[in-house]
Design a protein around this ligand. Structure first.
Ligand code: F0G
Length: 458
């Protein structure tokens, strides 16, 4: 017997009240925040879809684990537990704990990067690219061509273009390649999955060329769900076995545990090669902490060890992926242009298609993010020309290729009625869309302007 309603596979023991603001309060808050959703205070937000990172609700088991956290400086029980779980999942011998994903990136890419080195990825996440470029190296994205068209469905839009990969390896020469990085799922490409076949091909190409193959695995459980669902060869495997197999294809991995390990803080770096691991360990001790805690407290490690097992439960993953798709599909039915197919952790709205009358230099994505907040207190983030736009020598905006708004869903936090509410806010967005006006920037810093820029409505 099967039911069409997919319920949250948990019940709620502790609640956090949400302040339900009214429209005039929100108009004032947004003005105070200079129309930048990053500058809103969290308690001014009704539904916070800014990120799925570090925003998960922990289980009763994880909270119980917190009490068991062993805070010994060296060799704590919690570290032993975390190390066991990570070794069993990834199969790697060398496990380095870090306080979050970008710390693992800094340590690894700071060690193998540097001027003259080239890194190749399906898409480097912002912090990945920043750490590589900060080392002096170059970062090149080669997603499959289907990834650039938001309206075209494809089962594995997160895949890397393997023909381009072979060419780039030839052009640059293996000795100059820092690493090939496969991000699963591909966050910057819309949370789209990578197939096992693609990972296998990338692995073989890297082995043949003798270059390092690294997984950015922060959403590997969500990626495993898509593989089991869409790749026939894996339909009878468990989600955990799918993830294990993918790890076995790589030479190492970096993880932001703030996503699929269901914790609020944490990360790690795992490596096959002993020499590289030793070099990274030096940097770990200098910048993060001793080898058995990195930047983490014992209680963090305890919660991480438990979360990394919980995330692979079939009922959890089904609820997770299907509830994200529920929001995406309902918005599509309403007539909101949404990136297809729906990814694992977020729904990406195509603001350029929603507001065709708002040109890139009036920031359609920022406009949508502001209207979502003002109409319903929903916080989202622009991923378009505010985040990635550049200026030419005459000061004219070079727009980003896409004007997207990301609705990222925190894990185990919101119920279906919260999501129904978000859908209703979009109904209001549609009602007013032809009269919606864009924004101009009134202040911007030289780097990463989306975090602190000021805007004014036109
Ligand atoms: N890699 C990917 C694919 C990510 O999505 C993130 C973070 C990181 C690395 C860095 O990890 O934040 O723990 O240092 N993504 C968050 C987001 C910030 O909102 O998508 P971190």
């Amino acid at each position: 017997m099967s039911f069409k309603t997919i319920i949250e596979p948990f019940r709620i023991k502790t609640v956090e009240p949400i302040y339900i603001s009214n429209a005039s309060e929100r108009a004032a808050y947004l003005k105070q925040a200079k129309y930048n959703t990053f500058k809103l205070k969290a308690d001014q937000v009704i539904i916070d879809l800014l990120t799925d990172s570090g925003t998960s609700a922990m289980s009763a088991k994880q909270w119980a684990g917190i009490m068991e956290g062993d805070e010994a400086y060296a060799g704590s029980n919690s570290w032993q537990k975390m190390e066991r779980v990570i070794r069993d999942l990834t199969g790697f011998d060398h496990i380095l704990p870090t306080h979050q994903g970008r710390a693992a990136e800094r340590i690894l890419y700071g060690t193998i990067g540097g001027a003259g080195k080239v890194f190749i990825s399906n898409t480097h996440f912002d912090t990945t690219r920043a750490n590589i470029e900060y080392s002096g190296a170059e970062a090149i994205d080669i997603p499959v061509p289907e990834a650039s068209n938001p309206a075209v469905p494809h089962p594995f839009k997160g895949n890397m273009d393997t023909e381009k990969l072979k060419k780039l390896l030839q052009v640059h020469g293996s000795d100059n390649i820092g690493a090939v990085i496969l991000t699963v799922t591909n966050n910057s490409g819309g949370g789209q999955p990578v197939s096992m076949k693609n990972a296998q091909q990338v692995s073989e190409i890297c082995k043949d060329a003798g270059v390092l193959f690294i997984l950015d695995c922060c959403r590997i459980a969500e990626n495993a769900w898509f593989i089991k669902d869409r790749e026939d060869a894996w339909k009878d495997a468990t989600y955990e076995d799918i993830a294990k197999h993918m790890f076995r294809l790589a030479d190492g991995a970096v993880m932001s545990a703030k996503k699929d390990a269901l914790v609020n803080m944490g990360g790690f770096l795992v490596l096959k090669d002993e020499k590289l691991a030793l070099e990274c360990t030096n940097l770990l001790i200098i910048t993060e902490g001793y080898t058995t805690y990195g930047g983490l407290s014992g209680r963090d490690m305890e919660a991480l060890a438990i979360g990394l097992k919980e995330v692979f439960r079939p009922d959890y993953l089904k609820y997770r992926i299907r509830s994200t798709a529920y929001l995406g599909n309902k918005l599509t039915e309403l007539g909101i242009p949404v990136m297809q197919p729906i990814g694992g952790h977020a729904v990406y709205v195509d603001a350029k298609a929603l507001y065709p009358h708002i040109p890139a230099h009036e920031y359609p994505g920022q406009t949508l993010a502001c209207r979502l907040y003002e109409l319903g207190g929903v916080r989202a983030v622009e991923i378009g020309s505010v985040m990635f736009g550049k200026y030419d020598e005459n000061g004219k905006l070079i727009p980003a290729p896409l004007e997207l708004v990301r609705l990222a869903i925190p894990r185990r936090v919101y119920t279906q009625s919260h999501i129904e509410y978000v859908i209703e806010v979009f109904e209001k967005i549609l009602e007013e869309k032809d009269n919606t006006k864009g924004f101009k920037i009134t202040y911007e810093p030289p780097f990463l302007r989306h975090f602190t820029a000021h805007f004014e409505p036109l």
